[in-house]
Design a protein around this ligand. Structure first.
Ligand code: 6PG
Length: 247
């Protein structure tokens, strides 16, 4: 991890970590909009970012971010309908998007419940390629890539069991069957994660302490999250004290 610019912040509580993440998120989204008129954002699912989304949805922050200039994508999705309580889209819609003046035509849900998930992944990749400007290597560039991390070191839906998917160098979006979940997932890949202008990882909770120590304390790059190495910007990692207690 040493060859990238990385900043690790440890906050006392999960709420304080969410507040720091919200500050970083807002700063980088506003800079993207100032610089290019739009912020291309990829959001994380799971439970950790809910408090961040609720903060971003609060009146003060909603007024401060010109949401009509934000283009929303998802880092991964479960193979359930978008109105299913398990859906990352559903969680983001309820905790954030429903409370903002977002332009819904600029919200791009992943359809991991599609009959042909391969075609759906290719279609999602096409949308990313169509809407996002490329970096010098021709890779579409997100302005803000928000990620979480599982206690097994997965990020997005790039799980340790995803094998060759972790080594993908061409596809931006793919899918993976996750035995431990017994379910399929659609996910972005490391090439597009690492082309992002800014990557923000929000990781909280005692159950993440061991994996945080392996990744950020011992630099264990064998973990999927160890492959998050943004070429262009800074990897901002925000932890709470429980997740950081073994560092
Ligand atoms: C998902 C997420 C996933 C998440 C980690 C951590 O679909 O679950 O996108 O990558 O970030 O699983 O999840 P928690 O925040 O719930 O611990």
């Amino acid at each position: 991890m040493s060859e990238i610019r990385r900043d690790i912040k440890v906050e006392h509580t999960p709420q304080a970590a969410a507040m720091t993440a919200a500050r970083i998120f807002k700063e980088q989204v506003l800079k993207a909009i100032d610089d290019r008129g739009v912020a291309h954002v990829s959001l994380a699912g799971g439970t950790t970012p809910r408090s961040l989304y609720e903060l971003l949805a609060s009146r003060s922050t909603t007024d401060e971010i010109p949401w009509g200039h934000v283009e929303i994508f998802f880092g991964d999705e479960r193979d359930v309908p978008l109105d299913d309580v398990e859906s990352n889209y559903h969680m983001v819609q309820r905790t954030l998007l429903d409370h903002t003046p977002i332009d819904w035509s600029r919200v791009h849900a992943m359809r991991a419940d599609a009959e042909d998930i391969d075609a759906a992944a290719r279609e999602y990749e096409g949308t990313i390629r169509h809407l996002l400007p490329p970096d010098a290597q021709g890779m579409p560039q997100f302005d803000m890539m928000l990620l979480g991390m599982g206690s097994d070191g997965h990020t997005a839906s790039l799980f340790p069991s995803c094998g060759e998917t972790l080594n993908e160098t061409q596809k931006l979006v793919t899918h993976c069957y996750v035995p431990v979940l017994g379910r399929r997932r659609m996910t972005i890949t490391f090439p597009v994660i690492n082309a992002s202008r800014n990557v923000l990882m929000l990781i909280t909770g005692n159950d993440k302490a061991e994996i945080v120590k392996r990744l950020f304390g011992k630099g264990d790059t064998s973990l999927p999250a160890g492959r998050v190495k943004p070429r262009h910007g800074t990897l901002n990692v925000v932890l709470d004290e429980e997740a950081a207690r073994l560092l």
